[in-house]
Design a protein around this ligand. Structure first.
Ligand SMILES: Cc1cc2nc3c(=O)[nH]c(=O)nc-3n(C[C@H](O)[C@H](O)[C@H](O)COP(=O)(O)O)c2cc1C
Ligand code: SF4
Length: 544
């Protein structure tokens, strides 16, 4: 039993499944698919979080119908070719004692990608245009609605039969089930539109179908935004009425649902979308007031997402009765070991997510695989982990104490190299120190703190106020000198230059200081060197 976090590490039972603790990695689209299926990269990604102590891992969205392809890389659960992927990830996660669910998904009009550069095509309850992705959907016929509902049932059964412990119906973020419920989006006049009962019908039928397909022993939950937080979006009272209705649903004498996963936001507008993955300007755990309302009307398990980045935030929300489980998704993208570190009271070693949204949701928006600016191993587990053990201990000199230098030094030292890092400034952090001075961006400084601690823990000899200069030779490797001289600088086996940060001035701003910071582009990840101990894949161009 954890001394610091007794509520967080108290096991919990959903349906017939007991989960070892209350820490959840909620569904997040990693873009690690293998042609629409779960491949080795995605298995390794989730295995790392399971090994790191997560209680529950919810797999990213899986399309339940051919019309559910919201991006070109979405996982599809529409036929038997998807089965080996679910089996492999279930085995890998179970091997480390964690529980795994999968999301059942239809985007309705929230389709991001069109074919061959064309505008996205989508099917939705009505042809109400979608502002953000510029979609004018086609109205679903009754036959198509029935076909999609059947698709939920078939996908749920396929996934459950593959060894996944539970399924989660995605009715959050303005996707298809909640489009039916929203009068501003659903203008139908048939059985699926108009009265609240009719607008609830789609989700009700989905919940019934899924429960009947998987039987009583598989966990079934629903994900729902406690508030859309956008114009024309649903407000908390409407959602609470819907939850109350869903709570009462049964199929063959069994509750249709075992849990509610509460989040916030709506995909259809930028105003609502910022709440799906709230950035550093939003308070940690701010959606717990929504889950608290849900908990008042249901006895079923409730979990909540939204910047719960540290174990004490999760512990407090659970202890205060505002949620039963804490979703810590980016917390585990950034530090897959956060659960183990919390349970063993090593909280000082946690690499806390700073809510910068650069390499997690930022990469998703660019259609490239997930990573983290503080932990580039994320999403590249098969490439970078486990670290190789060196046969000979090398002398490594890292020049530059920004994020890339600190990470490079830490990786080299963790591998067993003898590492000295020289930074000419008195403070470590490089461009991050500029970024943290922008309004609402102070949390950027956390990256410098985390990476400095990581390098120090790995045993890097960190020297500040020590400039290193090229003294001769236009060719690589340059001869380095430093003042005062430091060990390794004379004849290291490996020199790594990590001083690639660039910045520019934006002409439209008033204050030159603000301009410089706003325009500062943290391309700090280009570790270059003659003999890199391990290539440090850092930020992509555009990550800041
Ligand atoms: C890269 C990325 C992809 C996401 N994709 C999904 C998804 O497939 N399904 C979903 O319900 N939520 C998705 N989300 C939202 C997360 O599940 C979660 O609610 C959000 O990150 C806020 O929780 P956090 O602050 O603990 O990260 C995604 C988030 C990220 C960062
Ligand atoms: S990229 Fe930023 S927001 Fe995303 S997980 Fe890493 S630290 Fe958190």
């Amino acid at each position: 039993m954890s001394q610091l976090f007794p509520h967080l590490f108290d096991p919990i039972t959903l349906g017939s499944t007991t989960i070892r603790n209350r820490i959840v990695s909620s569904g997040h689209d990693t873009v690690l698919d293998d042609h629409g299926h779960i491949g080795d990269d995605l298995v390794a990604y989730h295995e790392a979080r399971a090994k790191g102590g997560a209680g529950l891992i919810v797999l990213q969205v899986s399309g339940v119908h051919e019309t559910a392809r919201y991006t070109s890389h979405v996982l599809m659960a529409t036929d038997e070719s998807s089965v080996p992927g679910y089996q492999n990830v279930a085995e890998a996660v179970h091997r480390h004692g964690a529980t795994i669910f999968a999301q059942l998904f239809h985007p309705g009009r929230e389709v991001m990608d069109g074919e061959r550069g064309m505008a996205p095509r989508a099917k939705a309850p009505s042809d109400e245009p979608q502002e953000r992705f510029k979609v004018v959907p086609e109205t679903l016929s009754t036959a198509e609605i029935k076909d999609i509902i059947a698709g939920y049932g078939e996908a749920a059964k396929r996934i459950a039969d593959s060894g996944i412990d539970g399924v989660e119906i995605v009715a959050s973020h303005g996707y298809l089930p909640i489009q039916f419920f929203n009068l501003a989006v659903n203008t139908r006049t048939d059985d699926y539109g108009g009265s609240p009962e009719n607008r609830r019908r789609f989700l009700t039928e989905v919940a019934h179908t899924v429960r009947q397909s998987v039987g009583p022993d598989v966990v079934v939950g629903v994900r729902i935004s406690g508030e859309d937080k956008t114009e024309d979006g649903l407000v908390a009272t409407e959602i609470l009425d819907l939850v109350d209705h869903l709570d009462s649903l049964t199929a063959d004498g069994v509750d249709c649902l075992d849990y509610f996963s509460i989040t916030a936001g709506d995909s259809s507008t930028l105003q609502g979308a910022v709440h799906i993955v709230p950035s550093m300007q939003i308070d940690p755990g701010y959606a717990a007031n929504l889950s608290e309302q849900v908990k008042k009307i249901t006895d079923k398990t409730v979990m909540v997402a939204g910047r719960i980045n540290q174990p004490h935030e999760a512990e407090t929300a659970i202890a205060e009765g505002r949620t039963d489980m804490a979703i810590m998704t980016r917390a585990m993208i950034c530090d897959p070991e956060i659960a183990n570190k919390s349970e063993s009271d090593k909280v000082d070693e946690i690499r806390a997510c700073i809510g910068c949204n650069q390499a997690c949701i930022g990469h998703f928006q660019q259609g490239v695989p997930i990573s983290c600016i503080q932990y580039p191993e994320s999403g590249q587990e098969l490439t970078f982990l486990p670290r190789p053990t060196l046969r000979t201990r090398r002398k490594v000199l890292v020049i530059g104490g920004g994020p890339a230098g600190l990470k490079t030094a830490a990786v080299a030292a963790e591998q067993g190299d003898d590492v000295v890092l020289c930074e000419k400034e008195p403070h470590l952090g490089g461009a991050v120190l500029l970024a943290q001075e922008l309004p609402y961006r102070s949390e950027f400084g956390g990256a410098a703190t985390n990476l400095t601690a990581e390098a120090a823990r790995a045993g890097v000899d960190i020297r500040t106020c020590v400039p290193a200069t090229r003294t001769s030779s236009p060719r690589w490797p340059p001869i380095m000198s430093s003042s005062p001289p430091v060990p390794n600088s004379a004849c290291p086996h490996s020199r790594l230059l990590t001083t690639h940060s660039s910045s520019g001035l934006a002409t439209i701003c008033g204050s030159p200081r603000t301009c410089r910071q706003a325009a500062c582009s943290s391309q700090t990840g280009r570790a270059t060197g003659s003999d890199s101990a391990s290539p440090c894949a850092w930020s992509r161009p555009g990550d800041t």
